[in-house]
Write a protein that binds this ligand. Structure first.
Ligand SMILES: [Zn+2]
Length: 270
């Protein structure tokens, strides 16, 4: 399937078209009320765009690819242009996943605006003097849980308020050492703060297939307040598009097509 056919199927080129079968029914015949889209996939030397296209066909899933702006990945306009031009030859959404604040300085605004979306998570918490706490690492050390939660919440809210995002990734994820207290730590008050900040900036909430976050209660609170959702596997391998947790919890929460964010032209505002 080439990009033009794909866009047509996906209803982008053709405007309001009927829901394509690609989205509502996967290869094993399961049926869903929502589009099967995985907007959080990374490519590597071993996991190429051709692998991803195979999976798209096999699993009936549409993909969005993201890459990190960083010295070791996409460091400037030339890199970003090459990345976009390469992916535009394929039927995928093209996104960027910054990890820390001040990343936009590397690029010209017009080039950033040609992306389909920006996804960011609050997992790399600045500690000052160029140091960071990476909460996704197994070794992430939390000495004082209350102090950590205060800092994590502050950073989360500052990401939601200040970064030019379309999708909030890895919502409610906790470092492994305190993850057993998930339901105690994610109080109504904390969850509502995140929802209010995301809503104020029109940011969609990722349902993350790797961490199985966020949980049903949070998704239902978001839904009630009109927020949109995306599915994200954060995979760099053949797990892309499996989406087992995403599909299950979306079904349990009664999510439908209109509850999902679909990237579109002009969504990136920098
Ligand atoms: Zn990622």
């Amino acid at each position: 399937m080439n990009r033009r056919t794909f866009l047509k199927n996906a209803g982008i080129a053709g405007g309001l078209m009927a829901m394509p079968s690609l989205w509502s029914c996967n290869a094993s015949g399961e049926k869903f009320d929502f589009p099967l889209t995985d907007l959080h996939v990374h490519l590597t030397r071993d996991f190429t765009i051709d692998h991803l296209m195979e999976l798209s066909e096999k699993r009936g899933v549409r993909f969005g690819v993201v890459e990190h702006p960083a010295d070791w990945a996409i460091k400037d306009d030339a890199d970003l242009k090459a990345y976009i031009n390469k992916l535009r030859q394929y039927p995928v959404y093209v996104g960027l996943q910054p990890m820390t604040p001040n990343w936009t300085k590397r690029f010209s605004p017009d080039l950033l605006k040609s992306l389909d979306y920006i996804l960011m998570d609050p997992q790399t918490i600045p500690l000052g003097r160029g140091r960071f706490q990476r909460i996704y690492e197994l070794s992430c050390y939390v000495e004082d849980t209350d102090e950590f939660m205060r800092r994590y919440m502050d950073y989360t809210i500052s990401v939601l308020e200040n970064e030019p995002l379309n999708i909030f990734g890895w919502p409610l994820f906790l470092p492994v050492c305190i993850a057993r207290d998930y339901y105690k730590l994610w109080t109504q008050e904390r969850m509502q703060k995140i929802i209010s900040a995301a809503k104020a900036s029109n940011i969609a909430i990722e349902i993350n297939d790797m961490s199985h976050t966020p949980h049903k209660e949070f998704i239902l609170m978001c839904k009630e307040q009109g927020l949109k959702f995306t599915f994200g596997s954060d995979s760099r391998n053949m797990n892309a598009g499996r989406l087992a947790y995403c599909k299950r919890v979306a079904n349990e929460c009664g999510l439908a097509k209109e509850d999902f964010y679909v990237p579109g032209k002009g969504d990136v505002v920098v």
